[in-house]
Write a protein that binds this ligand. Sequence first.
Ligand code: ADP
Length: 502
Amino acid sequence: MTQTEVLEVLSPADGRIAGTVPVMEADAIAARAAELRAAQVAWHQLGADGRAPWFAAYRDWLLDHAGELTDLLQLETGKVRHEAAMEVGMAADLINYFSKIAGGALATEQRKPHSIMSAAKRLSVSYQPHQLVGVITPWNFPITGPFMDVTPALAAGCAVLVKPSEVTPLSLVAALEGWREIGAPDVFAAVTGAGGAGAALVDVVDYIQFTGSTATGRKIAVRAAERLIGCSLELGGKDPMIVLADADIERAVNAAAWGGLFNSGQVCVSVERVYVEAPVYADFVTRLAAKVADLRQGPGPLGSTDVGSMATASQVDIVERHVDEAVASGARVLTGGRRVPGGTAFEPTVLVDVDHTMSCMREETFGPTIPVMKVADAEEAVRLANDSAYGLSASVWSQDEARALDIAARLDAGAVNVNDVLANLFSFTLPHGGWKESGIGSRFGAEAAIRKYCRAKAITTPKVAPKNELMWYPYTKTRSTVVHRMLRALAGRGKRRIGKVG
Ligand code: ADP
């Protein structure tokens, strides 16, 4: 018998082993997929109302175990307590919302006929879940991240196999114990391992939801195309923040600091670059540097620190490279700028005198840096904001809301927060998806979040059912003339064209 390979999960704060998970091979993943498929049939038949009590029981279990789950999550991510402790609460919110709207989202819809052509038919659309959905997630939100996609898929009536990141699998695996403990049907499970396990998962599911890097997302899209299964990809971002001269500068500074540094900048919709109109630039950067310099970094009990570690040493290397390359090309560090000795933390950093030749303005940094660039006016800000391969989200700051909305309309991004940051990600009724190389498809968006995991089935039934229909055989001259005249009258929108048949 071959020994199962295990994956060691390191604690970023001090490098010790936080736990291990098995590296699952493709045949084990296929076997688990078969078990979930078998259980999905009854899960689907329960209907949204029948599934609701399981969601309520699971939400309660998660909240009852929030302390232990948060401890584990903090251990494997190096997050500060405040940020680690948000994850279980967010998961509970997701469970409540999607469980609540599932019935409406899955209800069969009656559709009106588009014209007289189908006026004699009753038309409806029903939504039938994919049997098995795969969810592959990165390491930045080990509990909330998977639940953003797992919850609507389960609510749709699918079974879900989730592949957490090999960097932070422990807290999700622990959260899954609750699903078993409450005795819920075997429709929600994890596969563990690295990229190989992820690739094996793509091979056994009916739909794949992926969050992670653009490079891996491309590979998954190719495999999904080969298998002809649907996929939705939420990939990288380089979100711009545009601060106009008439903005509330204090709010904008506070938002830039939090939006850029929350979770050590390891957020897909993090503020990655800032463009400030010339008249307020000096004031903005002075205040931002002071705000960021005041932040407290490091481990500690709730309320004692603001910024934590990064999840991996290689992520710190990327941040360091972006800062060093910028400085070598003439940028200045106003505060921060260095790796913290020991562990995997990088100082919260404000960079100025940056431009679009620099990696810090072009590549996703995914770290605690805020590069700020002075722009002559809003036109230049829009041009630079759109000068990116990415298009996940953006923010615009102005006290003239109409002007801000006009700029929002011109930005190539899946979401724009006006006078706000990250707000779209916490709004489950809005679609969350990236444009350009930031992805395909979207998550959330009210009922769409659940229907995404379903196949739509169109049903027609005649209101009256004569023995024969005008369009059917035989094609006699009279019947053909009537049909063609009707079609022309309808399509031509007028009597004038009725006569020209054939
Ligand atoms: P990161 O998490 O460092 O941004 P990735 O985008 O590669 O990097 O990883 C995101 C998730 O995708 C992880 O769970 C990882 O194991 C998984 N993954 C990596 N390579 C593949 C692959 N070829 N197919 C499927 N999943 C993969």
